[in-house]
Ligand binder design. Structure first.
Ligand code: MV4
Length: 448
């Protein structure tokens, strides 16, 4: 078993992992930048090591510094959390080379899933439905245009090393293609140092449905149901819920089996997420696979009753999953709202600063995952998420009412947040009807 674990992250996810470790009897080592001397994760861990200056590139992305903290503190495992180094194959490999267990899949799988064209190819071979598109990578615009004509407009041009929306452009017709292709390619070269692109038919107004899977090193793979993450802005998720209202039992089972098939195709081990695009017709397609724990995991924890971080650490240590598929019986409905330090009235501009007063809600079925406290400073150098507010009700209607109640209790003094904006969404007729897709926020904002 793991005795001592280093958390290569900060903020609420670092706190979440420290809490799981404390309950498991695992000693924790936090790493922190000079801006995070007084951060909650720095204070809650058994030991804390400063790994560099404020800038992420000098601290939370600094592999050498993190590895030297790991070696000198004598940990036997590293948890990468979310963001930062959590999908960095080089870091996973570095851990293994140093004889430290990486809480995640091996570096080859991280590489494979990081290459969206390779991932797509792998899924086609495994019999997993993918979005109709080209079957090879394209770098040349004229060659790409011929492929786009074959696929049929509208098309979407995606960066092979993309994901999360970067290096992605839609072309509605042949006339738009050249400019869309060149822009996407340039953006990809800038962001990833790579100009390989691939093309798919563009699916309008899909929902983003993702399945949570858990795979141990003994070949057991289970799924923990889905999350609907369609409520996003600029590829930043805002509200997630489980279950989704749109799946009938038949489609849900088919998607779940497909998610497990996708994981099995790559001999997956670790917690993972298989993302699907779901069309209005009910057709669904593999989009991407995330090889890490995700920010929205509490939504799944609330409906399944499982502690996914404990489960993830346990399977990384070589144990079998503590539950089998038959033991997973999702109950009720969970919703998560991401509370950010941002101003929805000023184009969601980040609002870091000093939190002079704080009250967070509680009560039956309400959970708050955060790393803020009264008197803390929110740094402008990291992402602006302050807290995740998660509720669980017997059904969706109860969960929505509970979320409104909980959002209404939040008091964050000193900085601007999106709490009132989230409350407005929870009162929006389209949201309440569950009648939304990935374009929902755009429409919601234009009627503000
Ligand atoms: C698409 C698509 C429509 N058709 N691919 C967005 C980020 C990356 N994961 C892939 N994305 C999309 N790929 C095809 N062929 C629409 C999106 C998309 C989207 C997907 C999920 C959630 C929100 C989204 C917002 C805009 C576009």
């Amino acid at each position: 078993m793991i005795q001592k674990l280093l958390i290569a992250n900060r903020g609420e996810i670092a706190v979440r992992i420290i809490r799981a470790c404390r309950e498991m009897g695992i000693e924790t080592v936090a790493v922190y930048s000079t801006a995070d001397r007084d951060a909650l994760h720095t204070q809650l861990a058994d030991e804390s090591v400063c790994i560099g200056e404020t800038k992420s590139s000098e601290s939370y992305l600094n592999m050498e510094s993190i590895m030297s903290a790991a070696v000198s503190s004598g940990v036997d495992a590293i948890h990468p959390g979310v963001g930062f180094l959590s999908e960095n194959a080089e870091f996973a490999e570095l851990c293994e080379q140093c004889g430290i267990k990486y809480v995640g899949p091996n570096s080859e799988i991280i590489n494979l899933m990081g290459n969206k064209a390779l991932a797509r190819d792998t899924m086609i071979k495994a019999g997993v439905p993918v979005i109709p598109g080209c079957d090879s990578v394209v770098e040349d615009c004229n060659e790409a245009k011929i492929i786009a004509d074959e696929i049929g407009y509208p098309v979407i041009i995606k960066a092979v090393l993309g994901g999360g929306g970067k290096g992605m452009r839609v072309a509605n017709c042949e006339e738009e293609f050249e400019s869309a292709f060149n822009t996407a390619k340039k953006e990809s070269e800038m962001a990833f140092g790579d100009g390989q692109m691939y093309i798919e038919h563009y699916i309008e107004h899909p929902r983003h449905i993702e399945f949570q899977i858990m795979a141990d090193s003994h070949g057991n793979i289970i799924h923990l149901g889905e999350r609907d993450c369609s409520v996003q802005r600029n590829h930043q998720k805002m509200i997630e819920e489980s279950p989704t209202i749109v799946l009938d039992e038949d489609t849900r089972n088919k998607m779940a089996e497909t998610a497990i098939k996708a994981a099995r195709a790559v001999n997956y081990e670790n917690a993972g997420t298989v993302e699907f695009l779901l069309e209005k017709s009910g057709a669904f397609y593999f989009m991407e696979m995330n090889t890490r724990i995700q920010v929205e995991h509490p939504v799944t924890e609330m409906v399944t009753g499982l502690d996914m971080i404990k489960e993830q650490i346990s399977i990384a240590a070589g144990n079998e999953l503590s539950v089998s598929q038959e033991d997973v019986l999702p109950k009720g409905h969970a919703i998560e709202c991401r509370i950010n330090a941002e101003n929805p009235r000023k184009n969601f501009c980040p609002c870091p600063g000093h939190i002079s007063g704080l009250y967070m809600p509680g009560g039956n079925g309400v959970r708050v995952d955060s790393a803020i406290y009264s008197g803390c400073d929110v740094s402008p150098f990291y992402d602006s998420m302050l807290a995740k507010l998660i509720v669980h009700g017997r059904n969706r209607s109860e969960a929505i009412k509970k979320m409104r109640r909980a959002l209404g209790e939040v008091v964050i003094e000193g900085i601007t947040s999106n709490v009132d904006y989230l409350y407005e969404i929870l009162c929006d007729n389209t949201f309440v009807a569950g009648d939304y897709d990935v374009s929902f926020i755009e429409g919601f904002n234009s009627q503000l």
